[in-house]
Design a protein around this ligand. Structure first.
Ligand SMILES: Nc1ncnc2c1ncn2[C@@H]1O[C@H](COP(=O)(O)OP(=O)(O)OP(=O)(O)O)[C@@H](O)[C@H]1O
Ligand SMILES: [Mg+2]
Length: 241
């Protein structure tokens, strides 16, 4: 019996995006659903190959030096599936061993991250009993286990209450002090306004504006990032191009 061939469809998710994030900087990508934020972050994190153009992380090409890029980068994504039967403690050991870290290094890093993210209190509980916020905090700890220079977080505060979100933004600010290079995507205007040194606005796969909050407000003649965002969405046609 012949198998029916699947029709392969190509989707152009992003085009002509050009931006740079420096050590000690937090860059925020903002854009409506389907704008191409996750696609952009996946290309940077070596999970996808750009069909054209190049992406460099710390001077390394993400395609030709993918392995070395992965050692230097942390990618937080909603796709990470944690084993429901594991505890945070075991999960960190598991991922630390996969990353070939020494038991001592795993323990030290685990303690630092569990304290910073307030995971210590439930570090031996099975993940299947966790709320959304507890899972998200653990996913963040896992992604930062190897203390990477470059941090790429896709919607890090998604589904978090204000207190938990503050824990995460404080951690990002501490990493900024440590001169990490930080790129986040978010739908939350307050996160972008309060956290990011520069903001890039992505609409229908194109980076339509970037700069400091002040620059974006001045250029769009608006008084809040939400207003600027709506203004740009109308100006650049949103989904209907
Ligand atoms: N695996 C896939 N196959 C086909 N199309 C895809 C795939 N993943 C994403 N796309 C398309 O690429 C475009 C960009 O998607 P992407 O996930 O990057 O958007 P996003 O900005 O992260 O949106 P959201 O805010 O909803 O997370 C969308 O049009 C989407 O339909
Ligand atoms: Mg996304």
């Amino acid at each position: 019996m012949k198998k029916k061939a699947l029709h392969k469809r190509t989707v152009e998710a992003v085009r002509g995006i050009d931006f740079e994030v420096k050590p000690g900087e937090i860059y925020g990508l903002l854009g409506p659903n389907g704008a191409g934020k996750t696609t952009t972050l996946r290309c940077i994190s070596t999970l996808m190959r750009p069909t054209a153009g190049t992406v460099e992380v710390g001077g390394l090409n993400t395609v030709s030096a993918g392995e070395r890029v992965r050692e230097r980068i942390s990618f937080l994504t909603n796709d990470l599936k944690l084993d429901e039967h594991f505890s945070p403690d075991f999960t960190m050991k598991f991922f630390g061993e996969l990353r070939q870290m020494s038991p001592k290094a795993i323990e030290e890093r685990k303690d630092v991250l569990f304290e910073a993210l307030r995971i210590t209190g439930f570090k031996n509980q099975p993940i299947k009993e966790f709320s959304t916020g507890m899972r998200q905090k653990l996913a963040i700890a896992v992604s930062l286990l190897h203390d990477p220079e470059v941090v790429v977080f896709d919607e890090p505060t998604n589904g978090l209450d204000v207190i938990t979100a503050r824990t995460v933004t404080e951690l990002l600010l501490a990493m900024k002090q440590d001169k990490k290079t930080i790129l986040v995507s978010t739908h939350e205007m307050s996160v972008a306004e309060g956290l990011c040194d520069r903001i890039g606005i992505l609409i229908s796969g194109s980076l339509v504006m970037e700069g400091t909050l002040e620059h974006i407000l001045k250029t769009t003649g608006t008084r809040s990032l939400a207003d600027a965002f709506f203004w740009l969405y109308k100006e650049y046609g949103g989904e209907n191009g």
